[in-house]
Design a protein around this ligand. Structure first.
Ligand code: BGC
Length: 255
């Protein structure tokens, strides 16, 4: 079985056909720029370009960088406020006749890792942390997802200024580039985020994902975290694979 997986990100929207048995991409990814501002009409246009590229008429799974409930967007902190309330799957069905399913992007990445990647046989509480524009989190107990847990928005004290700010703004991947932090300094900040998760949830495992994990040799050993850490297998494909896997079970409209 093949499903079109789509990962909506802050700078690009990527799509690829996924073989659901192997959890692997079939052929090349196709990427379009995320429109700015990313208002509903522009987002629908970008998704339409992806359906058109693949001449797709099958099932679709979409990972979205915000909270989603029942295939409706609840918020979009790094995209556009006007997306809140958008019934994306319903709109896609009305316009393109395609059945689809919506899931938070970090939850999608976690689904891919737990099903096909480095979380495959993990029991107990596993948290996947995606490090990108935002700090995403996917929480799983014995492989079962507890959706929409948003650790990136926890308020934490910034190391240098002592000001309370959202963790993703001061400890995430965007903070590393914005403040031009070296790996030592960034690792200390990111460790604050990890230690917070551990002090409240006591996870059995933490998996780190996002493009930055291709440079794990630069920071993994510098992290200070009480829980065992592993690196996601899928790097930047996890969102696509997980969104497709989610669509196999939760499609809108249901048949
Ligand atoms: C959003 C999350 C998302 C994460 C990674 C955060 O700003 O609130 O929903 O998973 O960024 O994209």
């Amino acid at each position: 079985m093949q499903i079109l997986g789509i990962d909506i990100g802050g700078s690009g929207i990527k799509g690829a056909v996924v073989d659901m048995k192997k959890g692997e991409l079939v052929g090349e990814r196709f990427r379009v720029e995320t429109p700015h501002p990313c208002v509903p009409k522009a987002l629908m246009g970008a998704l339409g370009a992806i359906f058109e590229h693949f001449k797709w008429n099958g099932l679709v799974g979409i990972g979205f960088p915000g909270v989603v409930r029942n295939d409706v967007i609840y918020n979009a902190p790094n995209l556009d406020r006007s997306l809140a309330g958008l019934k994306l799957a319903e709109k896609i069905y009305k316009r393109h006749g395609l059945r689809s399913s919506l899931i938070n992007d970090a939850d999608a990445a976690g689904v891919a890792e737990m099903r096909f990647g480095s979380g495959k046989n993990m029991k107990g509480l596993t948290i996947l942390v995606t490090i990108g524009t935002g700090l995403g989190s996917g929480v799983f107990y014995d492989g079962v997802l507890i959706p929409n847990i948003e650790f990136g928005h926890v308020m934490m004290k910034e190391r240098d200024t002592g000001k309370w700010r959202e963790s993703e703004k001061i400890n995430g991947g965007a903070a590393r580039t914005k403040y031009d932090l070296n790996w030592d300094d960034w690792s200390q900040r990111f460790s604050d985020h990890l230690r917070y998760l551990c002090s409240v949830f006591y996870p059995d495992h933490i998996i780190l994902g996002g493009g930055i994990t291709s440079k794990a040799d630069k920071f993994l050993k510098k992290l200070d975290c009480p829980a065992p850490l592993s690196i996601a297998r899928f790097e930047n494909q996890a969102g696509i694979v997980g969104a497709a896997a989610n669509a196999r079970d939760h499609l809108c409209p249901a048949k």
